[in-house]
Write a protein that binds this ligand. Sequence first.
Ligand code: UD1
Ligand code: CA
Length: 473
Amino acid sequence: MSVSDLQAIILAAGKGTRMYSTLPKVLHTICGRSLLWKALATVAHYKPRKIVVVVGYGEELVRAEVERFAKSLTDPIKIECVTQSEQRGTGHAVQTALSALDPSPGNILILPGDLPLLTGGTLLPLFSAETPPAKLHILSCDVPDPTGFGRIVREEDGTVLAIVEEKDCSEEERDISEINSGIYLLERELLNESIQSLQPNNAQKELYLTDIVEFSVDAEQPVEAVIAPDCYPLLGANTRLELASLERMRRDEMVSEYMLAGVSFEDPSAVYIDEGILIGRDCFIGAGTRLLGATTIGSGVIIDGQSRILNSTIGASCYIKLNCVITSSSLGEDCSVGPFAHLRPGSRLERRVHIGNFVETKKTELGEGAKANHLTYLGDSVIGANANVGAGTITCNYDGFNKHLTEIGEGAFIGSNSSLVAPVKIGARAIVGAGSVITKDVAEDALAVERSEVRTLPEWAKNFRARHKKSVS
Ligand code: UD1
Ligand code: CA
């Protein structure tokens, strides 16, 4: 089929009853991407003039996802949502979409919005089918278990006659293993004519899109069902159980690709990685690691495991020790983080920064080589290069109403168990004595110490113990 002037319709109005969810089925995710996103990305691959998405159940949420997708495109595509208020079947959904298409003859691609493993490549057989010169192409597939799918009914010579839904199948038809994927490519004119002919005379009393096949055959318009070489990307998920098993398949596939590109996994079956994450060569990913959202991992990074990294950039050669949570943050090269560290949104680490155990950072910049190795909270702060933040340091950034800034200059040394009450500035190379509560700015190179004198009472402890012993005996 020579494909010119392509437009697409994505069917996404259904609830997905068997998910038992308030979330529309098309918004359930697989490796971090919604099913709808997958359908949109698949279609976008072919650069159509326009995409029409049929929405219905949970339409505000579905429209918002469409918007997010549209915004993510560097090469914009016209996308419009139309509402199908009552879900009267796939044929009715397409009828609803028709008026939103641009008025040009061309070809229309129709696909369901609920195929979790769909990619641009999946549709290739549909676009590369050459003979015979059909006006309607269906992507079909030979499966070991056709339960639940529409069956492709062919004449003995192979000519396609109809698609029959399982509920309407005769005994004989039920045995057919060639199924309808729900993806079609057809000429606009044929769609216009055939879609008006639909009648709800079937077991489900719906308008079936699949009935356009019989219409075309009756109108002597050639129909071709192109058998996909691989049925795996055409599998749908009706339940959460099926979705989880498809996700596992997709994850295995992704992890295999990473391994073949030079990434090692402690246990390839025990990592959770979202679609589209870049991981550099010679990384080691420990068991229980979650790499989510828009995350990038530079080359030579070691992640011990049990960490969750979301929307973050990890520079080359960083070492993420066990049990860290890193969200919307960036790490320069050669940083070391954890074990048990929490980098909250807006944490920016330059090169060679060390963040140790039980350290929490938020909206905080640490200059090259700065260290905060133990039990510390750094919020709304800017910390200069090579500064050393001692154990138990707290930036008191919140006064109950507003957040304030703490600045620590280059090479400054903050003694253990200090509280820095913001807004406050510690000058470059200054030293804060351990245990101080700092409420005023400290000049460069100064020592600030806030602490009462130590009282020592000689022999007091010994006498105390002696008294205590007597009273017991
Ligand atoms: C459909 C096909 C079946 C095919 C199967 C492949 C029909 C009649 N049957 O069946 O031949 O084997 O897909 O997966 O087309 N939708 C709407 N509005 C509606 C009804 C559905 O937008 O009124 C959307 C759903 O949200 C879903 C898609 O259309 O994304 C497919 O609908 P679904 O009910 O899952 O169709 P199947 O019964 O699976
Ligand atoms: Ca389905």
